[in-house]
Design a protein around this ligand. Structure first.
Ligand code: C2E
Ligand code: MG
Ligand code: MG
Ligand code: MG
Length: 277
């Protein structure tokens, strides 16, 4: 009927929309090639304590595209999630991060440094996700206590009961949890207190406006107080200036990550950062 054919006509004849669909199809097939072709890389961004000592890194995915160069995760993770490609990609990230952990355990300078891995909703929802984590830990020989999984509020809120149960199963392996981009979602205090979280990560959208923007100062102060009350470590992400760092420290935040200390680095460059720290 008229409505349907109207929509089909629009889709078929709108060149801009057709171009977008073509780009998407190209990206999807390139993404499939990328895993086989070993085009993914992990960069690692240092996390430091109040003395600026390295205490952890966050593993951040990069796609070394043969023509387009380094592609940002924001440009391909949404499609990887939609297509399910995030499952093998996410497993590769976990394996690679655990291999780094195992490697670091053999070195006095890096022993004890944690690795944080971002976990997507689709990945976490897999029925055997806890078993996957266990298998990767066993295969790699990495110390589970040094692995931290970063979840987002939206992931948790999709299915709170199920999430809590799965988090407990994974925590039983010795693994830690961090709540990424904290403050940007809609999680309520009552949920938060029930989640077995080890860390809250203050989102960079708040950190960016410190000090000076009163609302963001208030949100930041509240998150830090909340973390302290719930015995969770609080880390600030996106710390770019000394002024931000000093302000966060005055509020009681003890762990920082951001360009002020280092950009995300390939593993080789990270060795140099560690040697110099
Ligand atoms: P995220 O987990 O919140 O990671 C922090 C992002 O902020 C990273 O962007 C990092 O490079 C950037 N960043 C760090 N310090 C600063 C700073 O001082 N200033 C500014 N402006 N930005 C800073 P990146 O690497 O582009 O990653 C973007 C997002 O992609 C991540 O946000 C995460 O949600 C997602 N992502 C990255 N790697 C993975 C992965 O392996 N799996 C999944 N599922 N998602 C990933
Ligand atoms: Mg993260
Ligand atoms: Mg974040
Ligand atoms: Mg973020």
């Amino acid at each position: 009927h008229a409505k349907n054919s109207g929509r089909n006509t629009l889709r078929f004849f709108d060149p801009a929309m057709q171009a977008a669909l073509d780009r998407r199809a190209t990206l999807e097939s390139e993404l499939r090639q990328a895993l086989k072709g070993r085009q993914f890389r992990l960069h690692y961004q240092p996390q430091v304590d109040i003395e600026r000592r390295l205490i952890g890194v966050e593993a951040l995915l990069r796609w070394q595209h043969p023509q387009r160069g380094m592609v940002s995760p924001n440009d391909f993770i949404p499609l990887a999630e939609e297509t399910g490609l995030i499952l093998p990609i996410g497993l590769w990230v976990l394996e690679t991060a655990c291999e780094l952990l195992k490697h670091w355990q053999g070195n006095a300078r890096t022993r004890g440094v944690q690795v944080a891995v971002n976990v997507s909703a689709r990945q976490f929802r897999q029925l055997d996700f806890a078993a996957q984590v266990q298998r990767v830990l066993e295969t790699s020989g990495a110390n589970p206590a040094l692995l931290k999984l970063e979840l987002t509020e939206s992931l948790v809120l999709e299915d709170v009961e199920n999430t809590i149960a799965k988090m407990h199963a994974i925590k039983a392996l010795g693994v830690q949890f961090s709540m990424d981009d904290f403050g940007t979602g809609y999680s309520s205090l009552s949920y938060l207190a029930r989640l077995p979280l080890d860390q809250l990560k203050i989102d960079q959208s708040f950190v960016r406006n410190l000090p000076g923007r009163k609302n963001d100062e208030t949100i930041t102060r509240t998150i830090i107080t909340m973390g302290q009350g719930l015995a969770m470590e609080v880390i600030a992400e996106g710390v770019e200036t000394e002024a931000q760092c000093v302000f966060l420290e005055e509020l009681g935040c003890r762990v920082y990550q951001g360009y002020l200390f280092s950009r995300p680095l390939p593993a080789e460059a990270l060795d140099a950062f560690i040697a110099g720290s």
